[in-house]
Design a protein around this ligand. Structure first.
Ligand SMILES: [Zn+2]
Length: 454
């Protein structure tokens, strides 16, 4: 595929133009997309679209009509850009603090399907395949993911809690868990199972809440490696309870690098609030345990541009923070990695975003699903990603694996890993997908300046 200002001499041509006539196109092997300047002009303003239209069977928020001779009558790239650039949440910034919730999103507000950009892509590819057939041209087989996989699921664990003082910290965590099940969620059965898990772990001499070495051992045995997110700063009450400068913590977490796992920075809750904070966290992790390539924000709390700017400066190559804490599925309408876009500088950031589509906390705390019902949601989400041939990240917190917190949730993780592999997907880590995605992006002139190789 090549970008150009004149039609291709052979093969398919995809025209994106506002002009009524594009000279020199062979209509038989050309697909014409509407370029509608009025749609793009709305993105220069501050007013968020307030209604959802259906055009050519697709959900559209910028429905201005293009030229009559176009095959796609609305500006598909402008609509895709609106979602992929998280335009709505960036314009609304401040109203919700540093955390974007599905409940406040354009998806919830206008009833937009969360895979809207996937639908645009699917419609575009279907039309192109029809043109190729009409012109008697070959249509390429779908691209594959690392290892020849049909889709990819980036496994990850955010280390939010470690029993630094085993007895005291486990007692506090146990009391919190009980209070949550009994008081907030009025679920005595789960409380009882959590207590049984806690006692069982204590009797076996196992750590009921830390679980990092156990997790790494079992994943290594299965031949998979998750990206492990370690936090290094505490500036907010919601931040983690441990410090990597504590020699016991550093010794405990050394297993991540020693086992060849992908060590990432779990950026602290307020890390994007002040210039230099995020970069300092990268340096702290680099000197305590090793230099990270990837990252996810704790609580998915961040300022959009501050995060990606800081990641570029700190040499972070991929991020996994773009997901909703309160809802599964994509937050940018898309089930594939992408380069987030700087609206102020009109360029892609040199960071690969591998969006988050599934999290244990979403299912347990926001959707209040017990392990049995949560599996249905996990299965549907994985099936959707497999059907699209996409790649996204999922996170389970190490704390659930001791079975002393959210009973059954640890087992769901192993079931998830098995299901991904049984469906022909790659269950892999962030650095693998980052390297693969960058190698592909470098082949396209429009990405080449931003997408340095991994
Ligand atoms: Zn976290």
């Amino acid at each position: 595929m090549e970008y150009g200002t004149v039609p291709a001499r052979d093969g398919l041509t995809l025209v994106y133009s506002a002009a009524q006539d594009v000279p020199g196109v062979d209509e038989r092997r050309t697909l014409i997309l509407s370029h509608v300047p009025a749609a793009w002009e709305r993105l220069d303003g501050r007013t968020d679209p307030d209604r959802l239209a259906t055009v050519d069977g697709l959900p559209v928020v910028l429905p201005e009509a293009g030229t009559e001779r176009a095959d796609v009558s609305f500006d598909l790239p402008a609509n895709a850009f609106y979602f992929l650039s998280s335009w709505s949440e960036r314009r609304a910034r401040g109203a919700n603090g540093a955390r974007a919730l599905y409940a406040d999103s354009v998806y919830a507000r206008l009833g937009v399907p969360q895979d809207v950009v996937d639908r645009y892509l699917g419609a575009l590819l279907a039309q192109l395949a029809r043109v190729a057939e009409r012109a008697g041209l070959a249509w390429p087989a779908p691209a594959r993911w690392p290892g020849g996989a049909t889709h990819a699921v980036v496994l990850s664990h955010d280390v939010d809690f470690l029993p630094v003082r085993p007895l005291v910290d486990s007692a506090v965590q146990g009391a919190k868990t009980l209070a949550r099940h009994l008081v907030r969620q009025r679920d005595p059965a789960s409380a009882a199972r959590a207590v049984a898990g806690l006692l069982g772990a204590a009797l076996r001499g196992r750590d009921p809440y830390g679980c990092v070495p156990e997790l790494i051992a079992r994943e290594s045995a299965l031949g998979v490696r998750a990206s492990i997110q370690v936090a290094v700063a505490r500036r907010h009450p919601r931040d983690v309870n441990y410090s990597v400068e504590d020699p016991r913590v550093a010794a405990y977490l050394r297993v991540v690098r020693d086992s060849g796992f992908d060590l990432c920075l779990h950026g602290s809750y307020r890390s994007t609030e002040a210039p230099g904070w995020y970069e300092a966290e990268v340096e702290r992790l680099a000197s305590a345990l090793g230099r990270p390539e990837g990252s996810r924000q704790h609580y998915l709390a961040f300022d959009y541009d501050a995060l990606f700017r800081a990641q570029e400066r700190a040499g972070i190559r991929y991020d996994m923070s773009v997901g909703y804490p309160d809802h599964p599925g994509p937050r940018a309408g898309f089930s594939f990695p992408y380069f987030p876009y700087s609206l102020a500088e009109d360029r892609p950031y040199d960071v690969v975003e591998i969006g988050l589509v599934l999290m244990d906390v979403t299912l347990q705390s926001y959707l209040r699903l017990d392990a049995r019902r949560a599996w249905g949601t996990i299965e549907a989400c994985l099936a959707d990603l497999a059907a699209k041939g996409g790649a996204a990240s999922v996170v389970w917190h190490p704390i659930v694996f001791g079975n002393a917190r959210d009973p059954g949730y640890g087992e769901l993780w192993w079931r998830l890993v098995d299901a991904v592999r049984a469906a022909g997907g790659a269950a892999t880590d962030g650095r693998t997908v980052n390297a693969w995605w960058r190698a592909r992006a470098c082949a396209y002139p429009s990405f080449a300046p931003a997408a340095r190789a991994a």
